[in-house]
Design a binder for this molecule. Structure first.
Ligand code: AMP
Length: 192
């Protein structure tokens, strides 16, 4: 089963994806994690995207589609793929449909996690504070200011995918405000 976790920054996509990896042997494909890894290893692409990411804007479709293409062509996922933070634009959504078709695969479900904006900002700023308390470097984009840009990018460029997947009959919206366990239970009900 191949699924997309859709939702604004801080909605819990990564957390829920990791649970699905543990519980269902699915493979998580997070373009955010891939881009951060490219930065850490200092690749030319990593350097190119650093400032854009730190500001909270989206990197180009070409880059993230390339990352996903490479994963789909090389990774085996008997339990299916979880797309986390991808697609974020209509061009990416179309490309994902094409890439899956090329691999003889289908998209089974899109789960939208719904969380109020105030809670998103609290969560993301809290995530940075927790990282600092644990002696780790917080994400450069987990600040109140970058978060405003990230939320704007979500509403301007990504939220249109809710309608796109609704029209394709793939969309289920889940209340993402509850506890991690409650949200996981709702997702499990959708996936069956
Ligand atoms: P995330 O970890 O999903 O919150 O992503 C962190 C940052 O990486 C985003 O704010 C963007 O700058 C970039 N990014 C991640 N995924 C995408 C994507 N699918 N399209 C464009 N930019 C992305």
């Amino acid at each position: 089963m191949n699924i997309i976790l859709l939702g604004p920054p801080g909605a819990g996509k990564g957390t829920q994806a990791k649970r699905l990896v543990d519980e269902r042997q699915m493979v998580q494909l997070s373009t955010g994690d891939m881009l951060r890894a490219a930065r850490t290893s200092g690749t030319a692409m990593g350097k190119r995207v650093a400032d854009v990411m730190d500001r909270g804007e989206l990197v180009t479709d070409e880059i993230v589609i390339g990352l996903i293409r490479e994963q789909l062509e090389t990774r085996d996922a008997p339990g299916g793929f979880i797309f986390d933070g991808f697609p974020r634009t209509l061009a990416q959504a179309d490309a994902l449909g094409d890439l899956l078709a090329e691999e003889g695969q289908a998209l089974d479900a899109v789960i939208e996690l719904q969380v109020d904006d105030e809670v998103l900002v609290q969560r993301v700023v809290g995530r940075a504070e927790e990282a600092k308390a644990a002696g780790q470097e917080p994400r450069a984009d987990d600040t109140a200011e970058a978060m405003r840009t990230r939320l704007m990018a979500y509403y301007k460029q990504t939220s249109t995918l809710i309608g796109y997947y609704h029209a394709k009959g793939k969309l289920t919206s889940v209340d993402g405000m509850g506890s991690m366990d409650a949200v996981a239970a709702d997702i499990a009900r959708v996936l069956g």
